[in-house]
Design a protein around this ligand. Sequence first.
Ligand code: ZN
Length: 406
Amino acid sequence: MGIEERLIRYCRIDTQSDPYSKTSPSTAKQFALADLLKEELTELGLEDVVRDEYCYVYGHLPSNLDKPCRTVGFIAHMDTAPDYSGTDVKPRIIRNYDGKDIRLNDETIMSVEDFPQLPGFAGKDLMVTDGTTLLGADDKAGITAIMEALVYWQSHPEVKHGPVAVAFTPDEEVGRGTEHFDLERFGADFAYTMDGDAVNVYSDETFNAASAEAEAFGFSIHPGAAKNKMINALNVIHEFHALLPEEMRPEHTEKRDGFYHMTRLNGNTDHAKAEYIIRDHDGGLFEKKKEWMLYCAEVLNRKYGKKVLSVTIRDSYKNMKEVLKQYPEVSGIAVQCIRELGLDPVNESIRGGTDGAMLSFMGLPCPNLGTGGGNYHGRYEYCVLQELELAVQLIIKIAEKTALEG
Ligand SMILES: [Zn+2]
């Protein structure tokens, strides 16, 4: 089985996760891929292969060195995003892509105007969707890269590597990918999530993240008799929202800019509630954003002379840089290996979180690497097959370099 057949096979299995589910895994259908991967890892000769009750798959490739060596881990997630259908995925390969607009189906065109990165893939082979589902290269390209590296090691025993730990996780897309991650069973000293896009890009930084709930308490009476009495909770929420800087909304931010993002709004005159997420790479600016929200609530309560608004803030995850800066060699190995593949390493701050961020704070330093996919979470998703091959080589090189350095 070649690399593209493998990716197609994994993409065809529906593994969409569910943000509203309380079970682990969030959807039972993720077991189908987990069981397949368990079988394949066993066939490839890995040791202690396990698919546990929470749908996590672990396996270990023994070292072929005659000296001790640190264990390097590679992790990819099995679920696909709830944002778009993952049912009945029909991947298609465009060989020797001409760099122009791609017709996905009669109604849907993936245009160079919308996706200016496309001409850069001219001459390569692109896997795309039929325009009715996502592809699932996020993160089945990551799984494929890891599996193909294992296949390579099986047929090239002369290529040196220390112990390699592999894990495939459920529910990353709904923020629960590490909820039941068994660090002890995984047994790596450091690891990489294979969950990015371009292979020359590595990421050792995520957002700091929190969610906030602003709740407004109105005073509702007949509008005809409202003078100097009514407090409309909807207006209170509106005032609150207007106090948050407009330039700090997602649609006006990029790179290392943080933001406030209202994700839900509900209410009536008597009572209203707005939900927000708060994001910033910079720990200081992140704290300031949270403080500003609390301060705005105080201002409104003072203005009305009574409690009309309360803000509750909950931290979600932290920037993994805080941990990874203590282990510069972990990103260092990846940077060296990217360079040895003939690519220009680029460090990009992730404008989101990763399982690696959680794992880093749990004690496993874990930056993120690319797999050759892009346009994730929708019908314009693609995977550049030559880039995916590079991701396989990157994994092999990282293990080789770790073996050299012990
Ligand atoms: Zn992903």
